[in-house]
Structure formats: structure tokens, C-alpha cells
Design a protein around this ligand. Sequence first.
Ligand SMILES: NC(=O)c1ccc[n+]([C@@H]2O[C@H](COP(=O)([O-])OP(=O)(O)OC[C@H]3O[C@@H](n4cnc5c(N)ncnc54)[C@H](OP(=O)(O)O)[C@@H]3O)[C@@H](O)[C@H]2O)c1
Length: 291
Amino acid sequence: MKILLTGANGQLGSCLQDLAETNPQFTVIATDFQDLDITNEQAVIDFVASTQPDVIVNAAAHTAVDKAQTEVELATAINAKGPEYLAKAAKQVGIPIIHVSTDYVFDGTATTPYLPTHPAKPLGIYGETKWQGEEAVRNTLAEHIIIRTAWVFSEYGNNFVKTMLRLGGEREELGVIADQYGCPNYAGDLAAAILHCCAQIKGGNTAWGSYHHCGDLPTSWHGFTRAILAEGLAQGKLSKAAKLNAIKTEDYPLPAPRPAYSVMDCGSMFDAWGVGASDWRNALSRVIAKL
Ligand SMILES: NC(=O)c1ccc[n+]([C@@H]2O[C@H](COP(=O)([O-])OP(=O)(O)OC[C@H]3O[C@@H](n4cnc5c(N)ncnc54)[C@H](OP(=O)(O)O)[C@@H]3O)[C@@H](O)[C@H]2O)c1
């Protein structure tokens, strides 16, 4: 099965390439900005027509949540228009698209895990443009899987796990937000879920629609950091760890507002595609071992 992968050098893209390499049923056409700029409609149409993939996996995004507040045009081009062009191109050659979105489409006022059908109400530009991208995909091509994920970490790129390991080793004390709740997800587990969907599509599964895939247990950024530092110490990656202090969102002002609660229900993904939530604590241990 030939997969056209966009954003191939990002966290998800890198993990997906690693996994696909070990599975002979997949051939990945790996592209990032320099090979295929998803904001260039004609380039997208031409690339898809000439490479003739069996499925498109869109892992490209403008993921700098705070920068997006001032880079509205760029975030819109990458997060909203790019997915639309990819869906259009997929439609022209008669293939499905798997598009990745975010928990930041929600406003965080729920008190029970978000279902994929819950009304979106993004708080910032990143969430708003990702929502527009979702809608563009839904309105362009029926044969789509939109997978919302959250709090992504991996051995690749810059992410929360790497930052906290570094700061936890450098500082005496560390204040981390304890009143925002979500479900960390390992990019490798999300990549495995996407490849599982690809195989299922090949096998005839047509459960098109919007789904959630994230970690199995909710935590706060503070709780996540505690797990990161404990694992860093246990594996000898840290000789000592900073004293961890719980702080409130208002104590750490950032340009983009974040949902206070973005726990997502992954049940329908399991029912439709046989993919369960990520065991993020186990994945965290494996990722830290690789660093
Ligand atoms: N990271 C998270 O915590 C998180 C949370 C929820 C949802 N998600 C979603 O999960 C997906 C994967 O996230 P990730 O963490 O793997 O993101 P990432 O590491 O930031 O990777 C995104 C990739 O897309 C590339 N890209 C940017 N603009 C492009 C363009 N115009 N054309 C082609 N490629 C372009 C980036 O290249 P440059 O680096 O050169 O810009 C980067 O390699 C995204 O849809 C994201 O919205 C992520």
C-alpha cells in the first residue's frame, strides 16, 4: 500500500516512517515542506496525480500554538487550506485521506471526556485553523478519517518531555501548570494507529468519520512532569530532579489560551477501527530510554 505522507519530518511523520519501514505492506512517499508545500494547491494536485498513492496521511501542521496567534495567515494556510487541497487532490484520484487534528478544537469547559461529536469551540488561532481544516476535509471528501489527538510527545523534535527533562535536571525548582487536564499521546502509538487504519482501509473498512486517539489516562501538565522526572531518575538520565511545584494557568500567562480540560473519549476509534488508546506511561519509558 502506497502512503503519501506530508509533514514527514515532524514528530508523527518521523515515527510513522520508522514503523512503516518495518512493515513490507507499506511504501511511504515521505514529504515535508521542501518536497511538497501543502499550501500550494497546484503542487499538491500535481504531486498526488503523478505519484498515485493509495491513501494520503496528512501529518503536516503549524503546531506552534502561541506563534499562531500572530501568524494567522500562515496558520490558516497550513492548517486550514492545506488539508482542503490534499482532500481535493485525493478526490481527483479516488483515494481516502487520513487527517490529524487536535483537542484544541474544544474550549475545555466539559467535565466528562469529549466525544468526537461534541461541538467544537476553539479558544485560539491554532485550534480555530485546525477546526477549519477538519471542516474542509469533511466537506470535500466523504472518504476521510479525521483523528484528533493531544499532548503529543516522542523522541523526535522539540516537545514537552524533552523540555521538562532538561529543565528538571538544570533547575532547583520547577513550577508546572496543575489545572489543565489532558491525555498525553506518544507519536509512535498514533502512527501505529494510522498504519492500522491504512491496513483496514485496504481490507475494505469504510468507517469514515471523525475520531479521537490519545493517552488512556488523563493527567495535568504537573502530573505529566512528575512522571517524566521520575522516569528520568529511574533510568539514570537525571542525577537529580528539580522540586516540582504546582502552579495555576494564571501564574504562567501565554499568548494563546488553552482548554482547561481536553480529555477525549477514544471509544469510537476502537469500535470502528480496532485501535485502542495509548498506554502513555509505558511509551514515556520507551521514549526516555531512546533519549
Ligand atoms: N504536538 C502536539 O502536541 C499535538 C497536539 C494535538 C494535535 N497535534 C496534531 O498532530 C499532528 C502532528 O503533530 P506533530 O507534533 O508531529 O507536528 P510537528 O512535529 O510540528 O510536525 C509538523 C510538520 O509539518 C511540517 N510543515 C509545516 N508547514 C508545512 C507545509 N506548508 N507543507 C508541508 N509540511 C509542512 C513541519 O515542517 P517545519 O518544522 O519545517 O515547519 C513539520 O515537519 C498535527 O496535525 C498536529 O496539529 C499535535
